[in-house]
Design a protein around this ligand. Structure first.
Ligand code: TRH
Length: 430
């Protein structure tokens, strides 16, 4: 059985640890699963996604993995670390997003007195840019001939490592695509999410009732669920479009915990609370994934949530992480290029317009706003949404748009599970 050391440094937000945690789960689900040691610099961030993590413990066992703090200092930590590596040295290292390696691991890998060959694979950020096909599996140099290094790129084509298809997420997609159970399942899920850590229900009329009994939430399961997880921004335009859409269809906005929540809720208040909105607490990743899989229209940010939205086959709008000089637009355009063949020209126009408008910004702040319109995408959600089935007639390009998202999702699953692709590759090179 292979042992992999997965390394993660949390730069900002939750994308890095989100992918590492998801990949660890997906690797552990495989037949002939590897043993995993996860070396993470921010255990507090990790514990938000996986509540089994104790941020105060330098070495711990969670889900069958050994989890180590990056900064292992002090004699006790060193002893616990040595015990973790004693009979099982670090031979295969998965360095995630060029995060570097802690000094103590570096010393193990490049120990001049040790002749054993080691392998480092650098898992890169997800991008739809064409270079992903080219750089995937490319070797790169290290300062020692004993230590080989390669790149592994997730992506949207068969020439890349693909996307992570972890069991919990895939099961949620399957569960919420079945019309017969979706209503009851959605009610149960929402009650679970609302009762998570810091319960916050923004639909004032429902606050007290839900606090007493989650089953008394207003009939939420039949509404069109619009999930919003973004960066700081003025969400006024989005709220206006949701309000217009909600005039003749029932909508529930599910507003993710994090920096977009106060911005969205402020816009919603300014607009006079035109539809019910539920401010979610920050959820553990599996519950969050279930909420995403159960929703009909997705506003997502970062690469991990974008990849989930794309795999879900639902109409979505991606707010990319802002980069110097609005470089995020290059990434957004590359993604649009991959999506385009799945849509008719007419159906793609509103998708492209919304993606470009929401991403055309130099920095984020509560005052940043663009010219985005989400109404056409909402129409597509209504055409595809199980919640709206049988009640809402598709208008204009909506049905074509919904089909485009579904077709894109199918092509992505067809590239296989990144976890399996990675293990197959490691078995070739190690
Ligand atoms: O948090 P992000 O904005 O992460 C970003 C990007 O990945 C970006 O590329 C990176 O460079 C930057 O961080 C530093 O968005 P992302 O990628 O969607 O990651 C969020 C993770 O948090 C994802 O795994 C889902 C998870 N999550 C929960 O587990 N519970 C929640 O309640 C929410 C809202 C998210």
């Amino acid at each position: 059985m292979m042992t992999i050391d997965m390394l993660c440094r949390v730069v900002d937000n939750y994308g890095d640890i989100g992918v590492v945690y998801r990949l660890a789960r997906a690797l552990s689900e495989l037949d002939e699963a590897p043993r995993l040691r996860l070396v993470v610099d921010d255990l507090s961030a990790f514990s938000l996604l996986e509540p089994g993590i104790d941020p105060g413990r330098a070495v711990q066992s969670v889900r069958g993995w050994t989890v180590l703090s990056w900064a292992l200092t002090g004699p006790e930590s060193a002893a616990a670390r040595n015990a973790a590596y004693e009979d099982d040295p670090a031979l295969v290292v998965l360095e995630c997003f060029a995060c570097g390696r802690p000094d103590w691991l570096e010393a193990m890998l490049f120990d001049p007195s040790d002749a054993v060959a080691r392998t480092i694979v650098n898992l890169e950020y997800l991008t739809a840019e064409p270079y992903a096909d080219e750089f995937h599996r490319m070797p790169s140099l290290t300062r020692s001939r004993k230590v080989r290094k390669y790149m592994f790129l997730p992506g949207f084509t068969a020439a890349t490592g693909g996307l992570i298809l972890d069991g919990a997420f895939m099961r949620s997609l399957d569960r919420f695509s079945r019309a017969e159970s979706a209503g009851a399942d959605r009610r149960e899920l929402l009650a679970r999410a609302v009762h998570a850590s810091c319960r916050k229900l923004a639909d004032a009329a429902a606050v007290d009732a839900a606090a007493a009994d989650p089953a008394s939430l207003p009939a939420t399961e039949d509404r069109i669920w619009a999930l919003v997880f973004g960066y700081e921004r003025d969400y006024g335009r989005m709220v206006d479009d949701l309000a217009m859409f909600a005039q003749d269809r029932p909508v529930l906005a599910l507003v993710a915990g994090g920096k977009s929540q106060p911005c969205f809720m402020a816009a919603w208040e300014r607009a006079g609370r035109p539809f019910p909105a539920l401010a979610l607490p920050f959820l553990d990743q599996e519950t969050w994934d279930a909420i995403l899989a159960a929703s009909d229209f997705l506003v997502v940010r970062g690469e991990d949530s974008m990849s989930r939205a794309a795999l879900a086959g639902k109409p979505f709008l991606w707010q990319a992480y802002p980069q110097d000089g609005a470089h995020q637009l290059v990434k957004v355009k590359a993604l649009l290029d991959r999506m385009k063949p799945h849509f008719t020209a007419e159906a793609f126009r509103p998708v492209e317009a919304a993606f470009l408008a929401v991403n055309d910004r130099l920095r984020d702040s509560p005052l940043t706003c663009g010219s985005e319109r989400v109404l056409p995408l909402l129409e597509a959600a209504a055409a595809s949404g199980r919640a709206a089935a049988g009640r809402t007639a598709a208008r204009g390009t909506a049905r074509g748009t919904a089909e485009g998202f579904a077709s894109f999702a199918k092509s992505l699953s067809g590239n296989g599970n990144l976890a399996l692709n990675l293990m197959t590759y490691l078995r070739e090179i190690v």
